[in-house]
Design a protein around this ligand. Structure first.
Ligand code: OOB
Length: 534
């Protein structure tokens, strides 16, 4: 068992097996099964490349053998920093079959995040494209190598420079011992409530349930043509049901280089896409463009929306404008998924975030003293269940705060539960800014801003925004001459921070409002900046 992983207690594991959530399957076998059933069907479309199930299956086997020949061993971590490409899928299944553990970084991540992840996971390899959207990953790889000594291999999809070409990692497949279904299959990145990133271990058993149950709830089958518009390194398009759920169902995955209407509409028309998933700001963009676009979107049957709050008014425009049904999804890389269902009445689909995937998802809604609120009341959501983690990876201290004594995960989300089980997400208690689905880890950004010489004190707050839901504002008490926003963003960019974490606004203040306990009062600060009270 992977060191630093917190397993479910034995009686819970036994129950999840007994009730059929955990079927003793590995993620590598999910593809194998689909490939045996429909070898010649198209599994993945990436630009002009089309791989059949047999081809994807064989590539995964050869790549697994090649990685083993490089000396990458089961349980070793491999930092995967690939955009939406066929290589992402081949590599993922290769690692699943080998029993090595992918750590999925988002394409937007830069040196700060990548180095932190490589160190935290003690990754033995970093896998990246040569360049992507104008950014040279080989240069990043050089600083990763210099700062994270565990990284022995850099594998490059494309022109490798001094590194190893991913395409050259290839060997005749040998039977591999392979992982146990209860082993950790992958590590996902948490939305981040602390100064440094946290990693979420997902086992083969739990993730196989997650993707299969989500595929069923979204009605996927062998005729599904799923467009991956969001970056597939994120849990939502990866397995909720996403690309893995589509392959489980025997459908076709079509990879879009970006989620822009331009790229996506062209692919929807060309590939007769039936299902896709978006975050709310992209829904607005698609709705706007679809009104003027000549593209034929009639094949689209279902649009999943999640990651941040969807306004009911926006939700109501989806069916008339895009000609498809909506499925709201509330989820987290930590596990729990709630979804509206095809047979839900329309008002529940438009105004709620759905109900849990599993009958054994145990939800409770609590007040700040951890006491359950009256049914229908608003409070923090706590959860445990067959696909919700019991501990972050190697994070003993953070785990004491993030979990209750009886193993519930404190989501930091404020919700209300309707009598039928549907949740309405109303806010959050955690200090994260949800910038249209991108999670801005507030403490991390504050710590980095404090390294600027003109910043004496800083608080990052989220302000309401029509398009993104929220935008970030850095409230700064200056040391000497006040800095400009351009100076601060240049400073953060030079440190190698992902662009979505850069403050959207700057407010230079004389002092920061404080609570009775002396902590910065972020609610008062947000009110001050939006012209509310005070
Ligand atoms: C998804 O996962 P993460 O890990 O990036 O972020 C999780 C957080 C939740 O705790 C919640 O604060 C927020 O994102 N969130 C939503 C939401 N879906 C997620 N807030 C309001 N409404 C929603 N529908 O974001 C994620 C993972 C799997 C599927 C979908 C989203």
């Amino acid at each position: 068992m992977l060191n630093g992983f917190t397993p479910w207690p034995a009686q819970f594991a036994a129950r999840y097996r007994e009730r059929g959530y955990w079927q003793g399957r590995t993620l590598g076998s999910v593809l194998r099964r689909a490939a045996l059933a429909r070898p010649t069907a198209t599994a993945v479309v990436d630009g002009e490349r089309r791989w059949s199930y047999r081809e994807l299956d064989e590539r995964a086997d050869r790549l697994a053998a090649g990685l083993a020949a490089l000396g990458i061993a089961p349980e070793e971590r491999v930092l995967v920093h690939l955009p939406n490409t066929a290589e992402f899928l081949a590599l993922s299944f290769a690692l699943f079959r080998l029993g090595a553990v992918p750590v999925y970084a988002l394409p937007a991540h830069r040196e700060t995040e990548i180095v932190q992840l490589a160190r935290l996971a003690e990754a033995v390899a970093y896998v990246a494209p040569d360049t992507h959207l104008g950014f040279d990953h080989r240069e990043l790889a050089r600083s990763v190598r210099a700062q994270a000594p565990s990284v022995r291999h850099v594998l490059v999809a494309g022109e490798p420079a001094e590194f190893t070409a991913l395409a050259a990692v290839d060997a005749e497949p040998d039977p591999l011992p392979g992982p146990e279904p209860s082993d950790v299959a992958l590590l996902l990145l948490s939305g981040g409530t602390t100064g440094t990133p946290k990693l979420i271990p997902r086992t083969h058993d739990d993730y196989a349930y997650n993707l299969a149950a989500a595929a069923e709830a979204a009605g996927l089958d062998a005729d599904t043509r799923y467009l991956a518009a969001l970056p597939v390194a994120h849990n939502f398009p990866l397995a909720c049901p996403g690309v893995l759920g589509t392959l489980h169902a025997g459908g076709t995955v079509v990879l879009s280089p970006t989620p822009s209407p331009e790229d996506a509409f062209r692919l929807i028309e060309r590939e007769r896409i039936t299902v896709t998933a978006l975050v709310p700001p992209l829904v607005l963009l698609w709705l706007e463009d679809a009104a003027h676009s000549a593209a034929d979107l009639t094949s689209l049957r279902l649009l999943q929306v999640g990651g941040a709050r969807l306004q009911p008014e926006t939700a109501a425009r989806i069916a008339p404008v895009l000609g498809c049904r909506l499925q709201q999804v509330f989820g987290m890389a930590e596990g729990l998924l709630t979804m509206t269902r095809p047979d839900d009445p329309e008002d529940l689909v438009l105004t709620t975030q759905g109900r849990p995937l599993a009958a054994d998802d145990e939800l409770r809604v609590v007040d700040p003293q951890d006491r359950e609120v009256a049914p229908g009341g608003t409070g923090e959501l706590q959860v445990r269940g067959p696909y919700t983690l019991r501990g972050y990876y190697r994070a003993e201290e953070q785990n004491r705060a993030a979990f209750t004594a009886d193993g519930y995960f404190r989501t930091g989300d404020l919700v209300r539960q309707l009598p039928g089980g549907h949740l309405v997400v109303t806010g959050r208690t955690k200090d994260v800014i949800n910038r249209g689905g991108d999670k801005v880890p507030v403490q991390e950004v504050e710590q980095l801003l404090l390294t600027h010489p003109a910043v004496h004190e800083v608080a990052l707050v989220g302000l309401p925004d029509r398009e993104l839901g929220e935008r970030s504002c850095a409230c700064v008490i200056a040391r000497g001459a006040p800095p400009s926003r351009a100076e601060l963003t240049a400073h953060l960019t030079a440190l190698g921070l992902a662009a979505f974490k850069l403050p959207d606004r700057l407010a230079v203040l004389e002092r920061l409002p404080r609570t009775a306990l002396g902590k910065v009062d972020k609610r008062a600060l947000a009110e001050l900046l939006t012209g509310g009270a005070r």
